[in-house]
Design a protein around this ligand. Structure first.
Ligand SMILES: [Zn+2]
Length: 249
């Protein structure tokens, strides 16, 4: 790190749990962030500001007026632009020293593996089960930690999946029915800051996974209810019949 970097990251380096070695580990790390919506917006900004060296960001959508209430990385002047283009500009404005790769294709089982393969951690902020299952399968097969979050209405959930480990569940252990109907914000609504809370927590957990710090939230599902203002975590178990992870580990 040069003097500018030491100064930029000084408040993080000051933490004994991070230090210069930890900051260097973040700078050496690559993360794949899928979805630049309500979750991905704050998440992308914190990952960029924290100094993750290479961020691969994926979203095939364009910015719409109805996104702006919660997708805070996108501004009014970005309406009509690709979300990855809009997000990349803000991330580089925050931190010009990181590398950003943008993907506009719909990530699926046929094209996701090569991106998961080059990343140390994957963050899922997508909004449909088909994409979530494809991301999960690739992460299990390539033994990459998956930081998964979801929000709807006044509620959010968060977990870190390492389904490639013995006794550790994967995302599909939690949702064994792959034909489940999507519940999304378009139909159900979302209270804006709930996405901010969960997206920020997603970035937090990804940094902790890279640094191997503290409570990793593996095998646990954290549930946030903004109306009750309650936070609880429930234990998750590996499904011994899971088609994705039962025989991996
Ligand atoms: Zn599983």
């Amino acid at each position: 790190m040069d003097n500018q970097q030491l100064l930029r990251y000084s408040r993080q380096i000051l933490l004994p749990e991070v230090g210069a070695d930890g900051q260097q580990a973040l700078l050496n790390a690559s993360a794949l962030l899928i979805g630049l919506g309500g979750l991905g917006s704050p998440c992308a900004m914190y990952l960029a500001a924290s100094g993750i060296g290479h961020l691969v960001i994926a979203d095939f959508d364009q910015v719409q007026l109805s996104n702006l209430q919660r997708q805070v990385i996108h501004h009014t002047s970005d309406i009509g632009k690709d979300k990855v283009t809009s997000a990349k500009a803000k991330m580089l404005a925050i931190n010009p020293n990181i590398k950003i790769t943008t993907l506009t294709q719909d990530l699926n089982a046929n094209n996701i593996d090569k991106w998961v393969a080059i990343c140390d951690v994957v963050l899922d902020g997508s909004d449909n089960f088909a994409t979530r299952f494809a991301i999960n399968q690739s992460c299990v097969m390539q033994r990459t930690p998956l930081v998964s979050a979801a929000v709807i209405r006044f509620e959010g959930q968060l977990s870190v999946f390492k389904g490639y480990k013995q006794n550790q569940p994967c995302y599909q252990c939690l949702y064994p029915r792959t034909d489940s109907n999507d519940e999304n914000c378009v139909d159900n609504g979302i209270f804006a800051p709930v996405a901010g809370v969960l997206g920020t927590m997603q970035a937090l957990q990804a940094l902790k996974v890279i640094l191997n710090l503290g409570e990793q939230l593996t095998g646990k599902l954290m549930l946030f209810d903004a109306l009750d203002f309650s936070l609880q975590s429930i234990r998750l178990h590996k499904d011994t019949h899971c088609p994705i992870c039962a025989n991996v580990g």
